[in-house]
Write a new protein. Structure first.
Length: 177
């Protein structure tokens, strides 16, 4: 409910533009991030579509998450402006291509997060499984993106399988934990 209200509040405000500008400045100064996994927004999630396009036209390789099976890590398929999207698992739009990408940076949606980087997701464990799986092979940065209202001022309970966010993207820029 909080995220829905924040979405309604910010959807026609300058919040998204400020976030885009702050993130672009951060990514321009950050080395070794060429392949970015970012979610395609659904419902009241932060609308990443302008960010996706901006990163692509800035020369980054963009990939979207794909649920192959409920208990497996996500895979990521390449997205370009010409990519046709089809409905995947949970009716989430996914690229209609088989070209998989291993990302340097994973940007995740969330319901809430706390000051320690504990992320509250939808309960399926997809991003936790995926980041743990990727980190066995390579170094990957894990960021969340959210409206300011989604920050929890009490610690979110953490289980052993939960992967802590490396940082958060917001209108303040990128805050690392």
């Amino acid at each position: 409910l909080i995220r829905e209200k924040a979405f309604q509040k910010h959807k026609n405000s300058s919040f998204s533009n400020n976030l885009l500008l702050q993130f672009q400045q951060w990514i321009d100064t950050t080395k070794n991030i060429d392949r970015i996994a970012i979610y395609f927004p659904i419902n009241s999630e932060f609308d990443t579509f302008h960010l996706i396009k901006s990163l692509f036209f800035d020369g980054k390789q963009i990939c979207l998450p794909v649920v192959e099976k409920k208990d497996l890590p996500l895979t990521f398929r390449e997205w370009t402006p010409e990519t046709r999207l089809i409905n995947g698992f949970f009716n989430i739009p996914i690229p209609n291509t088989d070209k998989e990408v291993l990302p340097d940076l994973v940007i995740s949606p969330l319901i809430s997060y706390d000051r320690l980087g504990v992320r509250l997701g939808y309960g399926g464990g997809f991003y936790d499984r995926t980041v743990a799986h990727l980190r066995k092979k390579m170094s990957v940065l894990y960021l969340g993106i959210a409206f300011p209202e989604q920050k929890s001022y009490v610690n979110i309970p953490k289980e052993d399988h939960d992967i802590i966010l490396d940082g958060m993207i917001g209108s303040f820029g990128v805050q690392m934990f």
